[in-house]
Design a protein around this ligand. Sequence first.
Ligand code: MLT
Ligand code: ZN
Length: 477
Amino acid sequence: MTVSEALAAIRDALGPGGWLDAADDVAPYLSDFRRMYRGQTPLVARPDSVAKVAAVARICNAQHVGLVPHGGNTSYCGGATPDGSGTEIVLSLARLNRVRTVDAAGFSMTLDAGCTLLAAQTAASAAGRLFPLSLGSEASCQIGGNLSTNAGGTAVLRYGMMRDLVLGLEVVLADGRLLDQLKSLRKDNTGYDVKQVFLGAEGTLGIITGACLKLFPQPDDYLTALVALEGIGAAVDLLGRVRDTFGDSVEGFEYLPHAALELLRTHVPALAAPFDAPHPGVVLIELAAPKTLPELGERFGEFLGAQVESGRARDAILATSGAQRDALWALRERIPDAQTREGASIKHDVSLPIGRLAEFVARAAERLAALAPGARLIGYGHVGDGNLHFNLSPPAGTQRGSADETAFAALTPIVNRAVHDLVAELGGSFSAEHGIGRFKVAELDRYEDPVALDVMRRIKATLDPHGIMNPGKVLRS
Ligand code: MLT
Ligand code: ZN
């Protein structure tokens, strides 16, 4: 079969409306969310059934044609973008978007991989249940992408990452066979837990087409506070105290340094400054109040008051309405956008043992002062999980599009190396929640344990012997 015969077979398998090939139609599938990569494809497959996904995989496998699964295209690492060869087929899951069942009594939900995260949350909520994964891109990212990247977000502290929320999985393998592990069982010790290898595999081992996910009781209310502190070390201390006091009620613990709030002041001025005075850092804390604990609000207010009185915190605001809660979350959620508007940014998505976060920030600042003088270090994010988005913006006053901005962006490789080397030295990870995609393949090679890399390559060779599944992502092809 020639390539054009393979494409014709794929079109036949998909049927009318099941594929795109006009330049304008395929254009949105050719670049990634951060516009780091641009690829080419002869065809975007848009199957509307699992059987059609399997048919496409079978043809691609037989003809050794690369297949790039595509969800909401919100990857930070170019995980869903084809290469420039013009030979890889993109497979969009967007038409597989049915919520199959919601089992309120069993606290589970089974759905297609192309459902958006927001659709999943909404379906759970309509049944009086909570699906807790929560991300900035939830209106457009898809469950299949969340599973394939083992997405994190702002509620990991309480509920874990996407991997922790999975009961069952349905996967089309590279050879077109269907791996049906779509069970809703909480206990199932029957040999190797095969589904695990597909979680976080970024579509390099197969295409996730459906999942059974865990649901949780809906909290009665949320208690949300913003606490001003001396910096990240004080934030880590506070994390210990708040967890000691409120246990599993603590759902979110997000840190923003002063420099992040300054970005908001410039680019999102409609967001009111939370405190009258500037502070080195602030933490957004969210507790979920179960129905059995109506007095939690009072206790949280007392706790915050005691932190300020003792001098361990500089100030605190407890939201007293839904609107105020939304306003506090907007401060956190608008940071990535504000940083993008500020111009070039050198990004890192690192995690460390929580007790070493402050040391990491101090030592990184020392190293970067020499490598990128004047750069603003905006290390914000999921401190409750030991995960910082440790991003650098150019020195204050750098004009967008200027030679200075270009020179700053050109520092990316040496800055990445310095930061990731330090992370490795401190026992951390260079990719906490954004994955590897195409962007961090060399980093994985450099920092991963060689034995683990060897095991990954063997798994890849077993499940995808012709290397058709999302080539060049995660592992070198
Ligand atoms: C976030 O937590 O805001 C995202 O994971 C990181 C980002 O958008 O930089
Ligand atoms: Zn994040």
